[in-house]
Design a protein around this ligand. Structure first.
Ligand SMILES: Cc1cc2nc3c(=O)[nH]c(=O)nc-3n(C[C@H](O)[C@H](O)[C@H](O)COP(=O)(O)O)c2cc1C
Length: 306
C-alpha cells in the first residue's frame, strides 16, 4: 500500500499531518505519538519577534467546536531556531514551519533565514483571524482575503527561497478560487486550507464576549462541511496540491477530504481531545484502502463522484 504523497519537493510518507497551533513544536506530544510516523509536523506559527498573544480568556467551547483567539503567541524566530528546531529535525518526520509577518519583505526574510538553517518547507500563515496586520486594506481581516496581498507575499517568498511553500488560506471569503489561483500563479507549491472561521460567542450572565478579543476563530467538527466545500473548489481550480483541514476528528473525516481533492490532511482541534488521534486516522486510512484493494492513496484523491 503506497501512502506517500508529494508537495513540491517535499515527500511525505503518508498523508496525515498535524495542523499549526494544535501540536506545539512536537515535543509536547512526543510521549503520546510516534512522531516519526506522521506525514509531517506543522509547527505553531512563528513571527520574527516574540509575541505574548491576546488577553485572556482566549478559548471558548462551542457546539461541535471551539473558538480561539490566541493571537499567535510564540517565542520568535531566533528562539525557535535555537531551542525548537534542533529537536524538531531529530524526530524524523518532515517539518513544515509556519510563519507570519507584518509584510511581504519580512515573510521572505524569515523564510530565507529558515532555509539557511536547513528547513525544507514553510507554511505562510496568511489567514490568522486573531491578529491585526498593519498594511491591510480597510475592511480586510486577513491577507488571504485579498488576492493581491496573497500574490505579493507568495511572490516575494518565492524569489527569496527554493524550499517548499505552502500558502495557508482563509475560509472567511466569498470565493476561494481567485485566491487559490493567485497563490498558485505567484509560485506557491501547495495550498493549506482552511484556517479558522471567524465567530463570536457571548456569556449571557456577564453579557461579555466569551473571548476577550471579542471574535475568535471557530474550529472543530462544526466547520468541516465548510472546509470540505472549499477544498473541493480550490482543488478543482489549481494544479498544485491541497493540504486539507477543518474538523477532522476521525478516519471518515479524513477520507472525505481526500475524496474532495486534498492530497493530504491536517488534524487540528481533535489533537486536544485525543492526542493520539492522528495515529488512529493514519491506521484507519490504510485499512480503508486495503479493504478496497487499493495499492495507492491516489486511487482516492479527488475521486468524489459529483
Ligand atoms: C488553539 C488553536 C491555535 C491555532 N493556531 C494556529 C496558528 O498558529 N497558525 C495557523 O496557521 N493556524 C492555527 N490554527 C488553525 C488550525 O491550524 C486549523 O487550520 C484550524 O483549526 C482548522 O482545523 P481543525 O478544525 O481541525 O482544528 C489554530 C487552531 C487552534 C484551535
Amino acid at each position: 500500500m503506497n501512502l506517500a504523497v508529494r508537495f513540491g519537493a517535499l515527500e511525505l510518507r503518508n498523508p496525515v499531518t498535524v495542523a499549526s497551533g494544535t501540536f506545539g513544536y512536537g515535543r509536547e506530544f512526543a510521549e503520546l505519538v510516534d512522531l516519526r510516523a506522521l506525514g509531517a509536523i506543522i509547527t505553531k506559527t512563528i513571527t520574527r519577534q516574540p509575541r505574548q498573544g491576546n488577553p485572556q480568556p482566549r478559548l471558548a467551547e462551542t457546539a461541535a467546536g471551539m473558538l480561539n483567539a490566541i493571537g499567535l503567541q510564540n517565542e520568535g524566530l531566533e528562539n525557535f531556531l535555537r531551542e525548537k528546531w534542533p529537536q524538531l529535525r531529530e524526530y524524523g518526520a518532515p517539518v513544515i514551519v509556519s510563519i507570519s509577518a507584518q509584510d511581504a519583505a519580512d515573510f521572505a526574510a524569515m523564510a530565507s533565514t529558515l532555509e539557511q538553517a536547513g528547513v525544507q518547507a514553510v507554511e505562510l500563515n496568511l489567514s490568522c483571524p486573531n491578529v491585526a496586520y498593519a498594511k491591510l486594506a480597510a475592511g480586510a481581516a486577513v491577507y488571504a482575503q485579498i488576492p493581491e496581498a496573497v500574490a505579493e507575499i507568495v511572490a516575494r517568498v518565492r524569489q527569496a527561497v527554493s524550499l517548499t511553500i505552502f500558502a495557508k488560506l482563509s475560509p472567511n471569503v466569498t470565493d476561494i478560487v481567485p485566491i487559490a489561483r493567485a497563490a498558485e500563479t505567484a509560485g506557491a507549491d501547495a495550498l493549506s486550507l482552511v484556517n479558522t472561521v471567524i465567530g463570536m460567542a457571548i456569556d449571557i450572565d456577564t453579557w461579555k464576549p466569551k473571548v476577550a478579543n471579542v471574535t475568535g476563530g471557530l474550529s472543530g467538527p462544526a466547520i468541516k462541511p465548510i472546509a470540505v466545500r472549499m477544498v473541493h473548489a480550490a482543488a478543482k481550480a489549481v494544479s498544485i496540491p491541497v493540504l486539507g483541514m477543518g474538523g477532522i476528528a476521525a478516519t471518515a473525516d479524513a477520507v472525505e477530504f481526500l475524496l474532495a481533492g486534498a492530497t493530504a490532511i491536517s488534524v487540528g482541534t481533535a489533537n486536544f481531545v485525543n492526542p493520539a488521534v492522528s495515529m488512529e486516522i493514519l491506521a484507519g486510512i490504510e485499512q480503508y484502502c486495503l479493504q478496497r484493494n487499493f495499492s495507492d492513496i491516489r486511487e482516492l484523491i479527488g475521486k468524489v463522484r459529483v
